[in-house]
Design a protein. Structure first.
Length: 276
């Protein structure tokens, strides 16, 4: 599924270069999603065994599909080794610390996979556009973020960053759908409409963010999410490919003592405990 709907970033990136036309039918989507979810389960088991760590960053336009994509992942993952951190505005206590401090405290332990639903990139996105941070500070943040991620990568963490992209027209459509759905209205806020008014400013901020912080150890993948199903598959495919690269995903071998215990306690032939 990787390919046309994902843009790996090189120099001169513009959001307008992302192909938003691609779609997928429901049958293909369901079959592919099921396969990807099984691979995610195998990856998690391998990480728990190997003690590898992974950091997944999701950014994107409001209503681009971050939550839906993350739900398709978390629904098959064991929460003991998989965490999702939804990131909102910092508290006063967090404002009193360096802006990266609240992310340090949420980094994965050995064997864990952690997802940030929005992230430290708020420094160069919303804080920049809404003028919540001085230009001197958000300009400096590009280098700080690159150093932060380089440090984590050098320490053995895998980092993958996904930006979900939609057109302004598609976002408008999804906002209207949320207004009309009583179960989804809670997702809309005054900030969503205010941000929409500043679309060109956010475009400029996103393009600069992606171009300046897409590195060899932590590249950005800009994903077309104009059709939600296509975007989900593209994002999860990219995650599976990156997280599984060089990792032994074969199931853990059964312990011989465990097999003997199963024979004694369950009264079964040892061969019955081995999946052939």
């Amino acid at each position: 599924m990787s390919g046309g709907g994902i843009r790996l970033i090189d120099e001169g990136f513009e959001l307008g270069d992302v192909d938003l036309s691609q779609k997928i039918d429901s049958d293909t989507y369901e079959k592919a999603l099921s396969g990807l979810q099984k691979q995610l389960m195998s990856i998690q088991q391998a990480y728990l065994r190997s003690r590898d760590r992974a950091i997944i960053v999701f950014e994107g336009w409001d209503a681009a599909g971050k939550g839906g994509t993350i739900r398709r992942m978390s629904s098959v993952m064991d929460p003991r080794g998989f965490k999702v951190w939804p990131i909102g505005a910092p508290t006063q206590a967090e404002l009193d610390q360096h802006y990266l401090h609240r992310f340090w405290t949420r980094l994965p332990k050995a064997g864990e996979i952690v997802v940030f639903d929005r992230s430290w990139y708020g420094r160069v996105l919303v804080e920049r556009v809404e003028e919540l941070t001085d230009k001197r500070d958000w300009t400096r943040a590009y280098g700080e973020i690159n150093e932060f991620e380089h440090l984590l990568a050098n320490d053995g963490a895998r980092i993958i960053k996904i930006f979900l992209h939609v057109s302004a027209g598609e976002q408008k459509k999804r906002f209207i759908e949320r207004l009309r759905d009583p179960l989804k209205r809670w997702k809309l806020s005054y900030e969503d409409f205010r941000n929409r008014e500043k679309w060109p400013l956010y475009e400029a901020a996103i393009e600069e963010m992606v171009e300046r912080t897409s590195t060899a150890h932590a590249p950005w993948r800009v994903v077309s999410s104009e059709q939600k199903k296509f975007g989900r598959l593209q994002a999860i495919t990219a995650l599976v490919e990156h997280l599984s690269e060089g990792v032994d995903l074969s199931p853990r071998a059964l312990d011989l003592d465990l097999i003997a215990q199963a024979q004694e306690q369950l009264g079964i032939d040892p061969s019955e405990a081995i999946d052939t």
